[in-house]
Ligand binder design. Structure first.
Ligand code: NAD
Ligand code: UFG
Length: 339
């Protein structure tokens, strides 16, 4: 069976992907420095699947230590989740973001070349479509102008990976552009565990519901959208994780670079998220309407046809599932992995 290295695999999306890969029969190795995650997440992945995961506590930028992992294991493919992802923090600390996100990518590519590993799947983002492109986004659109350094790191890393695949004809690159992952594994054992005050909508909503935050501020109600609040393509993290399994199956049959949107194709507004969360979980989320957040696009959603056509992947879970599963995780783990 094939062995997949998950760089940054202890994080939110990586841990859910580890579960789906293990369930599909792959061997999984996780390399993470736990800067935004916890070894407890990996322990729970093992609990859910009944399988063991080899782990390395390592900074992926540290090429020497990374080489050891490639030396000790026969790696067939890499999935590169390791990155810093807070838009606001990236504006305050651009150098930290450029250094971490780009150097992790370069170290992985160097080691892969040295050890003749020719398959890499990269966690990209819908943010690369920038401000210019019209929704719904299709993969053939040009990358746009980002509003923050985090987004630019994704644009740059996509370019780096594409250039490397052009130069090395053996290399296969799959760029997965995620839309807005929310939800959690239905066991309630793994989920999103943001450190400090959450930046993203769903963890904020669930922390208000559990009593950790007083109220949600909805950023802007004067957009040209169905109810005046921004719309996004929210995708259940387990559907997203299954998209990675499909990408792994695909990558071994393919050379060059291929891009896939991983989204549902259906946008929901902030108000719809709050109302659905309240409805399916029979509770109230204290919220107020405030001003716009700088840099937010009114609408962002995918055309998800290519992933269906080429990978045979489509989402199965509903918005109700996303809200129910987010809440189960939050309720069972009010302090995340710190119990
Ligand atoms: P996460 O923070 O939960 O996971 C990232 C993991 O990478 C963490 O476990 C962190 O400790 C690790 N990491 C970071 N820098 C590292 C380094 N130098 N060495 C080793 N490990 C390192 O985030 P996530 O939500 O699981 O996101 C995974 C990837 O998907 C990221 O690259 C992110 O930018 C991208 N992405 C996320 C979203 C989203 O909304 N969650 C959307 C689009 C793209
Ligand atoms: N929102 C609120 N209140 C909050 C938090 C968010 O109203 O407290 C709103 C935002 O204004 C936005 C929507 O909820 O309209 C979603 O916001 P998120 O921060 O959850 O998600 P974004 O779409 O802004 O950002 C996500 C990823 C980024 C990625 C970006 C573009 O988190 O990594 O999509 O693809 F860059």
């Amino acid at each position: 069976m094939k062995t997949i290295l998950l760089a940054g695999g202890a994080g939110y999306i990586g841990s859910h992907t580890a579960v789906e890969l293990l369930n599909a029969g792959y061997d999984v190795i996780i390399a993470d420095n736990y800067s935004n995650s916890s070894p407890e997440a990996v322990r729970r992945v093992e609990e859910i699947t009944g399988k063991t995961v080899k782990t390395y506590e390592v900074d992926i930028k540290d090429t020497e230590k990374l080489e050891k992992i490639f030396q000790e294991n026969n790696i067939d493919a890499v999935i590169h989740f390791a990155g810093l992802k807070s838009v606001g923090e990236s504006i305050e600390k651009p150098v930290l973001y450029y250094r971490n996100n780009i150097d992790t990518t370069l170290s992985l590519l160097e080691c892969m070349e040295k050890f003749n590993v020719n398959n890499i799947i990269f966690s990209s983002s819908a943010t690369v479509y920038g401000e210019e492109n019209p929704v719904p986004y299709t993969e053939d659109m040009k990358r746009g102008t980002c509003t923050n350094p985090y987004g630019w790191t994704k644009v740059m890393m996509e370019q780096i990976l594409e250039d490397t695949a052009k130069a090395n004809k053996n290399l296969s690159v799959v760029l997965l552009r995620y839309f807005n992952p929310i939800g959690a594994h239905e066991s309630g054992k793994i989920g999103e565990d943001p450190k400090g005050i959450p930046n993203n909508l769903m963890p904020y909503v669930s922390q208000v519901a559990v009593g950790k935050r007083e109220k949600l501020t909805v950023f802007g109600r004067d957009y040209d959208t169905k109810d005046g609040t921004c719309t996004r393509d929210y995708i259940h993290v387990v559907d997203l994780a299954k998209g990675h399994v499909k990408a792994v199956e695909y990558i071994f049959e393919h050379k060059g670079t291929e891009i896939f949107n991983l989204g549902t194709g259906t946008p929901y507004s902030v108000t719809e998220i709050v109302e659905t969360f309240e409805k399916v979980n029979s509770l109230k989320v204290n919220h107020v309407y405030g001003g716009r957040r700088q840099g937010d696009l009114p609408e962002c959603f995918a055309n998800a046809d290519k992933a269906l056509k080429v990978l045979g992947w489509k989402t199965e879970k509903t918005l109700d599932d996303m809200c129910r599963d987010s809440w189960r995780w939050q309720k069972n783990n009010p302090d995340g992995y710190n119990k």
